[in-house]
Design a protein around this ligand. Structure first.
Ligand SMILES: [Zn+2]
Length: 516
């Protein structure tokens, strides 16, 4: 029996950057290779070298296409990985446009960083990967069906189980070194398709996501969610403003479009114009519809429009009484930003958040009630209403996760809790403990390595990164600085005259000198 160990390179103490390195039976595997999103400190990790030797990876198992699970895969291949990546066919299909778009955003970000005056004389940043690396990844993708057993030799076998999170999403079961392990991936609500009764259940160790580990969400019926959406639309259109919906290109966009399609078909909503202003979401929508049995042809609804180019996108700036759906879902990039700059100062407009907002993102700052924000170098007053619409989540809540785990008992070793922020991890941990049917939980830190043994609690082999807790804090110093800058500017603007402004500046300068 060889030693089996697991190292947490991401989604440890945070929801993004999923990447787990599993070693055993003389082989090394990765489960996911995702991108970090959130505070600047966390995002900087995307530009660090991979914390393992990419050439020594024997295979990658990709749970699903979301970038926080897949975003660094092309970088893995750019760094010399030649191993196969196993995932379901829909995941492979959707991955390409997502990664191409991420590469484009990254190239723009690198250019912006290199233009900064304070980088004069420093070596330039270079993009981590380009389209040739995405092609290299795609040549190495091997599509697998749910439930099929993949025999990799050396006593290792792998199975992908439906995780009901998004189209193509999977939990990955790995049998290695005489142990049975399960990586949950992201788990959706509701019961998954089980292949053969009795095949699920009985694991040595489970690595479980915790995104909503501290929340019991009300079950919101699709009908109620659609009614709530219709009310938002009517109120905003009546007032003469625009409704902005930042949406993830994958799954959320398609769900929202389906809601609008149903509201128009049932005549609950008059046919107002809904624009999908995101080239990426358009490509992904087409890919998703290829894999859905109930594919709706949105092209048949004359008032659901896909903008074709930037000129058409800019035309939206001169329109009112419309709905604009655009990426990104947490307002961190994409066309939603220019719509936010134009619409947030307008009292008649409304921002409707329909998804999880990672701490530190612009979406989370707006949700928390910021009155002034900085978007792409522009200070923007927030007069528009900011609302959230629930009922779209593709994640199981606390009860759902405990139930998911219960269906997989007995678990004889440990349950690792990953892919969650502090409160969610703690909340799920207590719920698991209270249920009394599982072994102790472990909340690993970024960079920690654990030894896995059959039917035994895992043992820590190496501690995490020295800066792990700093990296996963919800607000790092850069976000605090940005907030302070906004506050100072607002206070200065609010003074009655220039004399008072000078006085305030002099006071701030004195305070700064004292503090330093
Ligand atoms: Zn996901």
């Amino acid at each position: 029996m060889s030693r089996v160990s697991l190292k947490f390179h991401g989604a440890a103490g945070t929801v993004t950057g999923s990447c787990f390195e599993l070693t055993g039976a003389g082989k090394t595997f990765l489960v996911d290779c995702g991108m970090f999103q959130g505070t600047r400190s966390l995002e900087k990790l995307n530009y660090e070298e991979l914390p393992f030797d990419p050439k020594k990876i024997d295979a990658v198992f990709l749970t699903h296409a979301h970038l926080d699970h897949s975003g660094r895969l092309a970088y893995l291949y750019a760094s010399g990985c030649k191993a196969p990546t196993y995932c379901t066919a829909p995941t492979a299909d959707i991955l390409k446009p997502l990664l191409q778009d991420a590469a484009k955003l990254q190239a723009a970000e690198v250019e912006r960083r290199n233009r900064r005056a304070d980088r004069m004389g420093l070596p330039p940043f270079v993009p981590l990967y380009g389209s040739q690396d995405i092609n290299r990844l795609h040549k190495n993708i091997e599509a697998v069906n749910y439930c099929d057993e993949l025999d990799l030799g050396h006593g290792i076998s792998v199975r992908f189980w439906d995780a009901r999170h998004i189209v193509g999403s999977a939990s990955v079961e790995i049998n290695i070194g005489g142990q049975r392990l399960l990586f949950s991936g992201d788990v959706g609500a509701g019961r998954a398709i089980t292949c053969t009764a009795g095949e699920i259940g009985g694991y040595d160790h489970i690595i479980c996501e915790s995104t909503y580990g501290d929340r019991e969400r009300e079950l919101i019926l699709i009908r109620d969610r659609r009614e709530a959406l219709a009310c938002h639309v009517e109120q905003v259109i009546c007032a003469g403003g625009n409704l902005l919906i930042p949406a993830f290109a994958l799954e959320r966009t398609q769900e929202i479009l389906e809601d609008f399609d149903a509201l128009f078909a049932s005549r609950r909503l008059a046919p107002i114009n809904v624009f999908l202003d995101s080239p990426l979401a358009q490509k992904v929508t087409n890919a998703v519809l290829r894999h859905r049995s109930s594919g709706i042809d949105f092209g048949k609804r004359p008032n659901i429009r896909f903008t074709q180019n930037t000129a058409e996108s800019k035309k939206l700036n001169r329109m009112s009484g419309i709905v604009i759906i655009a990426g990104s879902g947490m307002c961190e990039g994409g066309r939603i930003r220019h719509h936010l700059i134009r619409n947030l100062p307008n009292r008649k407009s409304r921002l409707l958040l329909c998804g999880f907002q990672v701490a530190g993102t612009l979406g989370s700052v707006l949700r928390d009630g910021a009155k002034r924000v900085r978007i792409s170098g522009v200070d923007v007053n927030v007069n528009a209403e900011v609302a959230s619409l629930d009922g779209y989540s593709n994640h199981a809540d606390r009860g759902g996760l405990v139930e998911w785990l219960a269906e997989r008992t007995p678990v004889t070793g440990s349950i690792f809790l990953v892919h969650g922020e502090g409160q969610s991890l703690d909340g799920l941990s207590s719920a698991i403990e209270e249920s009394g049917q599982f072994p102790a939980t472990i909340i690993p830190e970024l960079g920690e390595q654990w030894e896995l043994q059959a039917a035994q609690p895992a043992m820590r082999l190496a501690s995490g990164r020295a800066d792990a807790s700093e990296l996963t804090a919800s607000r790092d110093w850069t976000s605090k600085l940005a907030a302070l800058r906004v506050e100072i500017e607002a206070k200065i603007q609010a003074q009655k005259n220039n004399q008072d402004r000078e006085k305030l500046l002099a006071g701030l300068k004195r305070a700064l000198e004292e503090a330093a």
